[in-house]
Design a protein around this ligand. Structure first.
Ligand code: FRU
Length: 487
């Protein structure tokens, strides 16, 4: 009898779990054990000390960037079982200050669906994830994309909603319908979703809901005229200093005359918007957010009136040299966004300085160098009337990169050699210094007040060596940086 009662109880629990769509906690426990074991095998040479990466395996887009119960939560597209893209999970990190991060247990496991990109909102005391379910099927498109919800009351264990999907794919739309970014305004929830029209143009669709479950389509916020790409991924939409910013990651944008074609870029359109007509009127054309080699699928969150952004610190279609080491991919430093005239400025968050350890002030003469361990930060000041050239490489060799200021063309560039250059013109609006962050395989260059930023992966062997290859001496303040994510 007792065993019958136990059996009944067990099947009741199983039934309740199924109704709630609860993910199997034991499957996540097993995955966490696998992660701990595999982590010990990682080759540490390029492993990052103060940037988020996966504990093992592959990551791409940042997801679910949010503030819950006083802490910052950040998720990411995660495939733990290999160092290339695979069936998507959501990995998860948490931080008190946007600088120090801890890994939490994996938040979402793929079941019938791959858990593609999405966002997180807080509804009362519940952290709600809204993400794209990518389901491979047999129909002519080969897959379907719809929007799912998952809930957590502790910020760590998530239950998928039994009534998923909450937004089916639009009738007469293409199956490319993904990456919901959700927020609340007044009494309603809103979400923007990236899509591709039937005739292969990128678009962003706006929906509204009173309760996160029932959604109505409102309008499209924008659409490619054909030159702006065939698919708009990872949209975000927010108010900043009285304007509205549509952030997006288009695929297939036409290069400017003489420019190189890049399959994926991330940028923004500034305009005006009102919640009565739902009309977004662009005022400034699409501009890139970050001019480096490796920045994509950026997502923002807001706290106390400040808007923070993070991007995937990699790119599609290129090699990820760390993937022979047991991991691949990272997220950029978190940056604060500010509106300045017709553009956005990006600055590392204020607390980033808490990682600084000791400082050196030097006048770096021509051909003199500075040596760092795996990490470093530099403030570099030169005379912009003359050229500036910094050469960076590893103490034991490895990849080289040159940072240049051309005083005639007013162009800043990040050059990884063999023509692998990113460049843009820079007109300082205040400070004329460069702030450079080095981690074991990343470089971030913030020019001036953040009007021009480059994020590029670079793979030096050993710690960093930085040489002044300019004709002029440079003033350099240098810091070692402490670790802010566990080994
Ligand atoms: C962008 C993206 C998203 C998608 C995810 C899948 O990098 O293609 O559109 O949701 O990656 O991992």
């Amino acid at each position: 009898m007792a065993s019958l009662r136990l059996l009944l109880l067990l099947s009741l629990v199983a039934f309740i779990n199924a109704k709630l769509g609860r993910q199997s906690e034991s499957a996540i426990d097993e995955l966490e054990r696998y992660i701990q074991e595999k982590k010990a095998e990682i080759n540490q040479r390029y492993r990052l000390h103060y940037h988020v990466s996966a504990p093992v395996g592959w990551i791409n887009d940042p997801n679910g960037f949010s503030v819950y119960k006083g802490e910052y939560h950040l998720f990411y597209q995660f495939y733990p079982y290999d160092t290339v893209w695979g069936p998507m999970h959501w990995g998860h990190v948490v931080s008190p200050d946007l600088v120090n991060w801890q890994w939490l247990r994996t938040a979402l496991l793929p079941e019938e669906e791959y858990c593609f990109s999405g966002s997180a909102v807080v509804d009362n005391d519940t952290l709600v994830l809204m993400y794209t379910a990518h389901i491979e099927d047999e129909d002519e498109d080969g897959f379907d994309q719809t929007q799912y919800l998952a809930f957590s009351d502790d910020g760590e264990r998530f239950t998928k909603y039994e009534g998923n999907p909450v937004i089916p794919r639009p009738e007469n739309g293409s199956p490319h319908f993904r990456d919901p970014k959700t927020w609340k305004h007044g009494d309603y929830w809103y979400t923007v979703i990236g899509a591709r029209t039937i005739d292969d143009r990128g678009t962003v669709l706006l929906y509204r809901s009173p309760d996160l479950f029932d959604w109505e389509f409102l309008t499209d916020l924008g659409e490619s005229d054909g030159t702006m790409g065939f698919m708009w991924e990872c949209p975000d939409f927010f108010e900043l200093a009285g304007k509205y910013v549509l952030l997006l990651s288009p695929e297939g944008v036409e290069p400017p005359p003489g420019g190189i074609y890049r399959s994926h870029i991330t940028g923004y359109i500034i305009g005006s918007f009102n919640y009565t007509t739902y009309e977004f009127i662009p005022e400034v054309e699409f501009q890139e957010l970050d001019y480096g080699h490796d920045f994509y699928a950026a997502q923002t969150t807001e706290r106390d009136g400040k808007r923070y952004v993070v991007g995937w610190f990699n790119m599609w279609g290129v090699d990820h040299p760390e993937n022979v080491d047991g991991w691949a991919g990272a997220l950029t430093l978190i940056r604060e966004l500010q509106l300045y005239g017709n553009r956005l400025l990006m600055k590392p968050v204020d607390d980033q300085v808490t990682l600084r350890q000791g400082s050196t002030n030097v006048t770096l003469q021509t051909n003199y160098g500075l040596s760092f361990d795996a990490t470093g930060e530099m403030i570099v000041e030169g005379d912009l009337v003359q050229d500036i050239v910094l050469e960076l490489t590893g103490n034991a060799g490895g990849q080289q990169v040159w940072l240049r200021w051309n005083s005639v063309t007013k162009i800043v560039s990040v050059d990884r050699g063999n023509g692998d250059v990113r460049q843009v013109d820079w007109t300082p609006i205040g400070s004329t210094s460069w702030r450079i962050f080095l981690d074991a395989s990343t470089l971030e260059l913030f020019c001036g007040e953040g009007e021009v930023v480059f994020s590029s992966r670079v793979y030096p062997d050993g710690g960093w060596l930085v040489f002044n290859r300019s004709v002029q001496p440079l003033q350099v303040t240098a810091f070692l940086l402490s670790r802010s994510i566990p080994v």
